[in-house]
Design a protein around this ligand. Structure first.
Ligand code: SF4
Length: 384
């Protein structure tokens, strides 16, 4: 029987996609191997959120190619997928000539067969792509425009999970709050893709213009209510939420629905309104402060985590100190602090020079990481 091996880099969405790639292989009669040296086909599911993530994938592929060369053996078929596909076929084959095939990540269908290792907890993707245009982010270019998965498909998967004995699920999306609210707008993406022409900050659309306003109960809240009807489902988590469209009715639903996990991941990215504007995040720190106040008021046992980028172009010492003071005030349970890494093709890469020296980014990272994660050494994440 032919063997497959999947190397996954990056976030929960990639982990969930790899489960679906595995499902496709096993549906075609392959079996999984834990050793890539024994594989007939190797899939590398890549992350492009920072340069180091891309370097890790390239490093892995060069190790594979070197190994088979030194062994004088025919190398297995290598398939690349994930967020590095934003580079485009030509550039990828040039960067990594050992690749045989490129699989655009959004071709890994929501409804394909799934191979799950965990028998209690399951990842359930509810949307792919993103309609927002945070200037530093590669996701809209690598995963495309936001597509919400139909409610009936999600509920059918939950039904199947219940039959298989699952009791915990995590709903996955780049911005789960906007599930079912994305607007069309391919044109916009093309505008962002036209790299040859100068781009001005004013041309970048506000996130709110990319989504419909919910009429009545937001679709995401309705989805949580539907899933909660299953007695067998004891815990429902979701990731990732965006602060600008975290609806009051979602807060009420969490407050009154004990199945919904009390940990809420709410990336702020910066505590400076000037930097938030340059990032095109679509909210201010005052908006974020008010959201957290409402969450803590309505859900006393809520636990909040966040993401922050330090060293964003133009971030002055004053801006950084605003973020430090805001972090002390917000008292997050944990925070993924990352040093800004310019991603080719993104708006910030086109608009802003990467002015903050690496040494200074690291100093800011250490200060903020210590403030937020002093009690969470285990989550000391990204050091570029
Ligand atoms: S909301 Fe912003 S940071 Fe998150 S995936 Fe979309 S563009 Fe990227």
């Amino acid at each position: 029987m032919k063997k497959y091996y999947i190397q996954t880099f990056g976030c929960q969405s990639n982990k969930s996609d790899s489960e679906r790639v595995a499902g496709d292989y096993e549906a075609r009669g392959f079996i999984e191997t834990k050793n890539w040296q024994d594989a007939d086909e190797i899939v590398v599911n890549t992350c492009a959120i920072r340069q180091t993530a891309e370097d890790r994938a390239r490093g892995f592929l060069y190790n594979v190619a070197t190994y088979f060369q030194q062994q004088g053996k025919q190398k297995p078929k290598i398939i690349l997928t994930g967020c590095m596909t934003h580079h485009g076929q030509e550039k990828l084959y040039e960067m990594m000539p050992m690749i045989d095939e490129i699989l655009p990540i959004n071709e890994v269908g929501f409804n394909s067969a799934v191979v799950r290792k965990d028998k209690k907890h399951a990842w359930v993707p509810i949307s792919a792509g993103c309609n927002s245009f945070c200037t530093y982010c590669i996701v809209p270019y690598s995963r495309g425009r936001e597509q919400s998965r139909p409610m009936e498909d999600i509920l059918a998967e939950v039904e199947k999970l219940v039959k298989e004995g699952y009791s915990e699920i995590t709903l996955l999306g780049q911005n789960v709050n906007s599930w079912g609210l994305e607007k069309e707008g391919i044109g916009l993406r093309k505008l962002m893709m036209r790299q040859e022409r100068e781009l001005s900050r004013e041309e970048i659309p506000d996130n709110a213009t990319q989504y419909e306003q919910p009429k009545g109960i937001p679709p995401f809240v309705q989805l949580l209510q539907e899933i909660s009807k299953h007695d067998e489902i004891k815990v429902i988590r979701f990731i990732t939420s965006n602060p600008w469209d975290f609806h009051d009715l979602l807060i009420d639903e969490i407050a009154t629905n004990p199945k919904i996990d009390r940990f809420i991941h709410l990336p702020i990215q910066s505590g400076s309104n000037k930097v938030l504007y340059d990032m095109n995040r679509g909210y201010t720190k005052e908006h974020y402060r008010e959201l957290v106040r409402k969450l803590r008021e309505k859900i006393p046992d809520v636990v909040i985590g966040t993401d922050i980028i330090v060293g964003f172009p133009g971030e002055t010492e004053e801006d950084f100190n605003e973020t430090v003071e805001f972090a002390k005030e917000m008292n997050w349970k944990l925070g993924f602090v990352a040093q800004y890494s310019p991603r080719p093709g993104t708006a910030s890469w086109r608009l802003y020079k990467d002015t903050i020296p690496q040494k200074e980014k690291k100093r800011r990272w250490e200060i903020l990481d210590k403030i937020i994660n002093k009690d969470n050494l285990s989550v000391r994440p990204h050091v570029v």
